[in-house]
Write a protein that binds this ligand. Sequence first.
Ligand SMILES: Nc1ncnc2c1ncn2[C@@H]1O[C@H](COP(=O)(O)OP(=O)(O)O)[C@@H](O)[C@H]1O
Ligand SMILES: [Mg+2]
Length: 303
Amino acid sequence: MADVMRDLARVVTFANGKGGAGKTSTAVNCAGLAAAAGWKTLLVDLDPQGNVGHDLGYYWDGRTDHGQHLVDAIVGGRPLQPVIAGARDNLDVVSGGEVLDDLESVITGRAQRSKQFHTMLADVLAPVAGSYDLVVIDTPPTRPNLLQLALASTRWIVVPTRADRASIEGLRLLANQIVTARATNPHVEILGSVLFDVSIAATAVRRNASDDITTALDGAAPLFEAVIRHGESAAVEAREKGLLVYELAERVDSAEPYWKALKEGRKPTRLPGSAPALAEDYVLLCQEILTRIDRIESNEASA
Ligand SMILES: Nc1ncnc2c1ncn2[C@@H]1O[C@H](COP(=O)(O)OP(=O)(O)O)[C@@H](O)[C@H]1O
Ligand SMILES: [Mg+2]
């Protein structure tokens, strides 16, 4: 493995050719949980929408640079720095946002002149990636050049998808992007795909979707056992509050008893009921991701 890829061996990119597939939710919640459990984690937001900042709350209090540093580092060839250092314990973030749209145009210009743009993110991520246990990249659905930057910088891809046919169609777009990326980064591999927003009694959905997903991704995407269940109200509330789902769940668990509101003659604090169950799904997913990486690394080390 080339030196740059050795540095990037613990980079996991969350990607899907479609918006609303659960990329940001799964990326942020897995990065946040891994960090809370002690993995020193860097989260890079490569999406002009900058939703990572909403989920972690740094958008709401004005700490995002809307992707300025990320763009400057990539264009100037200088190592990435965390923009929001300590977004949580053990969690640093390079924030994204609308400035990344400038990058998409810069790259489009360069792409017409040369093929060299692909490694621009890998080159500036590699010098810092080695000081983290885990690097997570969130990607946009409809910016192929930005996605190529991520795919050239990553060992692993996690593919969240809803179970409907339209979403699975979006996987074909991703599969094509991966084929393109392999020319620059032969080590990029799908670690697994995860069903997002499924009803709890989802065994049949899971079985059917599993075949469709495997076909759409050319047989290369083992489905994670973990699924992210439907839990829109908790998800929306978490994003509005700038909390990870498990952080919201912890608030629910320590919420005041209902009788207290009655006694004090006011409305009870509204509880987002699905947060604890959803938090559990993210824990199981994160566990599976880390275990799968660990197992493959051990196999490679002993090979
Ligand atoms: N568990 C869930 N069930 C249903 N909807 C969800 C859930 N978690 C998040 N959502 C909603 O799904 C939408 C897309 O999620 P997001 O992670 O932003 O997708 P992407 O990054 O792929 O565009 C968001 O509007 C979010 O509120
Ligand atoms: Mg997103």
